[in-house]
Structure formats: structure tokens, C-alpha cells
Design a protein around this ligand. Structure first.
Ligand SMILES: C[S@@+](CC[C@H](N)C(=O)[O-])C[C@H]1O[C@@H](n2cnc3c(N)ncnc32)[C@H](O)[C@@H]1O
Length: 228
């Protein structure tokens, strides 16, 4: 849909530009929170399917400056560790999956949304080291052991009460010496947890050691190593 010229002018004007970008990026989050408030106990597959169906790339991962900054921060931290068999939780439409597949021996990309999974499958069809699965991290948990797990922008959508369990689940499915990369927004919005709230649990986990962190303009990335 074409954007009104006045909105384009606002988007370009300094100092409103940054606030405008953030508003756009959060619009998708607010939409699903409104749906959730109508009765869904947490963000279900149906909610995410609806989001992806209404608008491809709902968080503007392909185009926004912040998304590019996040990607650079995450890939920078993942440069040195051995990624081996890697699990990407919440792959969305697979915009990171391709980059991860270049670095890892094998990638399992999972997402709760069938629409997202179908788009990722299409996107990585030319790669023979990627498997894409539809799976709900909360309801079904994880399967298998991985040398690396990447979980970016996902845990903020999951119930606060489930966070300690999810932390234990991820650590349990990480090989000894394996790496876990987490990325989440640094601010709380509409009742969501922030990266500080979520990553704090992982900093406290006795089997994890934080080996790298990046504080971005709107996000935090942390890389943990599972110790023996
Ligand atoms: C904001 S997107 C993040 C995408 C990508 N990881 C990134 O950072 O660019 C959140 C993704 O998590 C997925 N997701 C949400 N809840 C999930 C769950 N319970 N299990 C698996 N995936 C989930 C959504 O479908 C969505 O694709």
C-alpha cells in the first residue's frame, strides 16, 4: 500500500526519524498483542500465521536499518564459535537461515507458524544442509542436541511464567561446549519482557558462561557457552 507523502516526510525528518522507525517495527507486535487480549492465552500459531499472511516480512527484517544492525551484531558474535549442527528457533521467513547455513554444517530452522515455515522452505530450497520444521517451542519443546542454538526476537512473545522452563530446555539441548546466541529488544513494550529480563535468567544459569555481548541501538545480543 502506498504511504501518504506526509508520512514519508515524517519518516525522513530528524529527530522524529528514529521514533518513526521504532513505531513501524513495533506495529506488528502491537497487532498480535491486541489479538491476544481478545482471548488467546499466548501467541499461538494462528496469531503468527495471521501476521505473516497479512503482510510478508511483518517486522521489516529485510529493509530496516535496525534489522541490518542486529544481523551484523549476531553474525559478528557467531564468527568464531564452531557452529556444527545449529538450531534456529523462530526462523520466521528464513531471512537469517541462509546466512546461518553458510556458517554451520547443518541447520534445523523451526517456527511455530506454518506460513513462515512454508516461506522459509521456499527460500532455502537450494540448500541441502537446512531442514525446516514447524514446531511450538512452548508446547512441544525441543528435540535433539545441537552445537549451537540461535534464538533471536522470539522469547519476548512467550509467557513470562514459561521462561525458566525454556531456559532449562535450551541448555538441556545444547551440547557440552556448545554456544547459545540470544537477541531481544532492550526496552519493554506493551507488557513484554525486555532482553534484560530474559537474558538475566541465562546469565544466572550455572552451566552457561557469557562469552560475548553487543548492546545495539534497540537490542541486546548475548553469546553463551555451555561449560562442562
Ligand atoms: C520477531 S520474529 C523473529 C525472527 C528471527 N528469529 C529474527 O530475529 O530475525 C519471531 C518469530 O518467532 C516465532 N515464534 C513465536 N512463538 C514461537 C514458538 N512458541 N515456537 C516457535 N517459534 C515461535 C514467530 O512465528 C516468528 O517467526
Amino acid at each position: 500500500m502506498a504511504r501518504a507523502p506526509i508520512l514519508d516526510a515524517i519518516a525522513k525528518a530528524h529527530p522524529l526519524r528514529r521514533a518513526w522507525r521504532r513505531l513501524r517495527a513495533e506495529a506488528a507486535t502491537f497487532r498480535i498483542r491486541r489479538l491476544q487480549a481478545r482471548g488467546d492465552p499466548y501467541f499461538t500459531a494462528r496469531l503468527f500465521d495471521g501476521l505473516f499472511t497479512r503482510q510478508p516480512d511483518p517486522w521489516r527484517f529485510e529493509t530496516s536499518d535496525v534489522a541490518k544492525e542486529r544481523m551484523a551484531a549476531m553474525m559478528g558474535l557467531l564468527r568464531s564459535p564452531h557452529l556444527g549442527r545449529l538450531l534456529e528457533i523462530g526462523c520466521a521467513e528464513g531471512w537469517m537461515t541462509e546466512a546461518l547455513a553458510e556458517r554451520a554444517e547443518a541447520v534445523v530452522a523451526m517456527d511455530i507458524s506454518a506460513v513462515a515455515v512454508a516461506r522459509t522452505r521456499q527460500r532455502v530450497a537450494h540448500l541441502d544442509n537446512v531442514q525446516v520444521v514447524q514446531r511450538d517451542l512452548v508446547v512441544e519443546g525441543l528435540e535433539g542436541t545441537f552445537d549451537a542454538i540461535v534464538c533471536a526476537g522470539v522469547l519476548v512473545y512467550l509467557p513470562p511464567v514459561a521462561q525458566p522452563l525454556l531456559c532449562r530446555e535450551m541448555v538441556a539441548h545444547l551440547a557440552d561446549g556448545g554456544h547459545l546466541l540470544l537477541e531481544h529488544q532492550s526496552h519493554r513494550s506493551a507488557g513484554t519482557l525486555s532482553a534484560h529480563d530474559i537474558h538475566g535468567l541465562y546469565h544466572q544459569h550455572p552451566s552457561l558462561r557469557c562469552v560475548g555481548q553487543v548492546t545495539g541501538s534497540e537490542f541486546l545480543v548475548a553469546l553463551f557457552k555451555k561449560t562442562f
